[in-house]
Design a protein around this ligand. Structure first.
Ligand code: FHN
Length: 587
């Protein structure tokens, strides 16, 4: 929670500069992100001034234009007319208990509600302007829907997050390069209000694309500065990757911005390399409420989406669009309750579970793993299900969740044949839980990190700054560098020592780098990203024996602009993480 004095200080104190590393921890393993990685399922809520129009705008010539949360823009509503329409917005039936209750019934563990969408309308009593539910509506002026929802979410044990669009169609300074700093100051002040008043566990930024409809002067540097400010203001808060800015014509987002990636209306076929991820999706076709938007995804599809997503170590942020009175549409609530019903008896296959490196994705469903449990979520039931294995492990026992039927598991070809004795238990997915035993990990290492040399040139020359570096996890961005005596451009680094795996596995080493990087393990060049590049992932593999120490040398150079360097590793027994200090030794 931010105090006014701290806010004022943070808004003027330099939050960066030489010697700053903006990477705060490893989101794959940090305590800060653990609730999020376990949650797997959240409720997105698109609720704003646009909800009042119910997806339809009748033009003066009698024609009708349809959209939802984009209606102001897509239907080219004159700003004065949009303001006039919104003046009648009165979500009197907004009921935080009902909304949080629906999320609970769905099995959703966190909520992310739009505090300000692209139309710039604030859903809280902002002091920054009068374009808000408090000051520009017919709603009860004593109410604060975000405060009510936050209080109810806290009461019911659900994390509370806020969506905020950096792109703003209503504030004229937001599309003016000349006055953009005034808009940024207002944005910063609003974000401080949101942190001070609602203490969000997560900020979900949006509007990061390049456009001139209207112009969006936000830059990657703005995003970097804002992320740095937010990290200082609220260190435990999670931030998504849309805080940055995508380059013109670029659809993909980078894995170096925020804590998690945000594929939308889709999800990947495997875990995203280099960053946590969360798929956001609608139940009908639109995010905001539209009375004509009546083609909803069925609950089986939605539940299987969740199962598939969590089996790839992702989260599912499923959206509801409350109507103009503030009510979740019945069709959306019904589907959420059906999902919650499945989760009620099968949730162990989702919550805290993730991708298993031990088995291949099966055709008959999805496989997730949590510790010594492997969950087979079966969509196409059969009396024999083949499981292709990628890593040797033993199956100690097997059972069908919610059924007394027996299950036999026998080695067969490239894996196991899993034979349930009875019928499926659920039309959405029946779950077979295997209790398994894999390779015993070697004891946790006693390492403290690698010997680091930081050079004031881009070619490893000059007098280096030397220290023991716990891990290679750096986001120097535009202004930071490895030491206060080294500038933000034209520097290089060498880390050397030994790496000690805990499993006998084929390890994948992955660098996330800008500009260049090379990694040698046991004398082998495993990663060669030596051509200067923008932010990029590069990887290579090498077989390693548990407990042994292998020589490792990593080189990095930054010429100009942004600088990032991260060394991750993974194996069939180890989901991706920054190579931790306890497995790194200077000698
Ligand atoms: O333009 C927005 C859209 O209205 C909605 O908020 C989605 C949700 O992820 N984000 C943007 C489109 O990518």
């Amino acid at each position: 929670m931010l105090g006014a004095l701290l806010t004022a200080l943070l808004m003027v104190l330099p939050l960066a500069g030489p010697g700053t590393n903006h990477a705060v921890d490893d989101p794959f393993t940090s305590e800060r992100t653990s609730w999020y990685r376990d949650a797997r399922f959240g409720m997105f809520i698109h609720f704003g001034a646009y909800s009042h129009l119910e997806g339809e705008y009748k033009r003066s010539d009698g024609s009708t234009c349809q959209d939802a949360e984009w209606i102001f823009n897509k239907c080219k509503i004159p700003v004065g007319e949009y303001e006039k329409l919104v003046k009648n917005f009165n979500p009197a039936q907004f009921d935080p208990k009902a909304i949080v209750g629906t999320a609970k019934a769905a099995g959703q563990k966190y909520i992310v509600i739009t505090s300000k969408h692209h139309d710039g309308y604030a859903m809280w009593p902002t002091k920054v302007n009068k374009w808000s539910l408090r000051d520009h509506s017919s709603f009860d002026k004593s109410r604060d829907v975000l405060k009510e929802l936050k209080a109810e979410a806290d009461r019911q044990g659900i994390k509370f997050g806020l969506y905020y669009s950096t792109w703003d169609w209503h504030d004229p300074d937001a599309r003016s390069t000349a006055n953009f700093s005034r808009y940024k100051a207002r944005m910063r002040a609003q974000l401080v209000e949101l942190m001070d008043n609602y203490d969000p566990a997560l900020l979900w930024f949006d509007g990061d694309w390049d456009t001139n409809n209207p112009a969006n002067p936000w830059t990657k540097q703005d995003g970097a500065e804002l992320e740095s400010f937010l990290r200082s203001a609220s260190p435990d808060m999670l931030i998504n990757n849309r805080i940055s800015k995508r380059a013109p014509g670029v659809k993909e987002r980078r894995v170096v911005d925020g804590d998690f990636g945000t594929p939308e209306q889709t999800f990947p076929s495997a875990p995203i390399e280099g960053q946590l991820w969360e798929s956001c999706m609608t139940i009908p076709t639109k995010w905001g409420y539209a009375k004509w938007d009546t083609k909803l995804k069925d609950s089986k599809t939605l539940t299987r989406n969740l199962i598939d997503i969590s089996s790839r170590s992702g989260n599912y942020l499923l959206n509801v669009g409350p109507d103009k009175l503030g009510r979740i549409p019945a069709g959306e609530a019904d589907r959420l309750r059906a999902m919650g019903s499945w989760l009620g008896s099968h949730g162990s296959a989702v919550y805290g579970a993730g991708a298993s490196g031990w088995v291949a994705d099966p055709a008959w469903g999805a496989v997730s793993q949590k510790g010594d449990k492997v969950y087979l979520s079966v969509y196409d039931w059969a009396n024999s299900l083949h499981l292709k294995v990628l890593e040797n492990f033993d199956v100690l026992s097997a059972r069908v969740l919610g059924s007394p039927q027996t299950v036999s598991v026998t080695k067969a070809g490239d894996g196991f044949d899993v034979k349930p004795s009875g019928a499926k238990t659920n039309d959405v997915a029946s779950v077979i839980e295997l209790t398994v035993r894999g390779e015993q990990a070697a004891p946790v290492g006693t390492g403290t990190g690698l010997a680091a040399e930081y050079f004031p040139t881009a070619n490893w020359t000059g007098t280096p700054v030397r220290r023991v570096e716990p891990s290679i996890n750096f986001a120097w961005r535009f202004d930071g560098s490895p030491a206060t005596t080294i500038g933000p451009d034209n520097f290089s680094a060498r880390w050397s020592g030994f790496v000690q795996p805990r499993f006998s596995d084929t390890y994948t080493f992955t660098t996330v780098s800008d500009d260049l990087a090379k990694v040698w393990v046991d004398g082998k060049l495993v990663v060669d990203a030596s051509a200067p590049h923008q932010v990029r992932l590069d990887k290579g593999t090498i077989a390693l024996q548990a407990g042994r120490k292998y020589a490792i040398k990593v080189e990095f150079a930054e010429t100009k602009g942004e600088a990032f360097m991260k060394l991750n590793w993974s194996s069939p027994n180890l989901s991706q993480q920054v190579v931790p200090s306890e497995q790194l030794y200077t000698n």
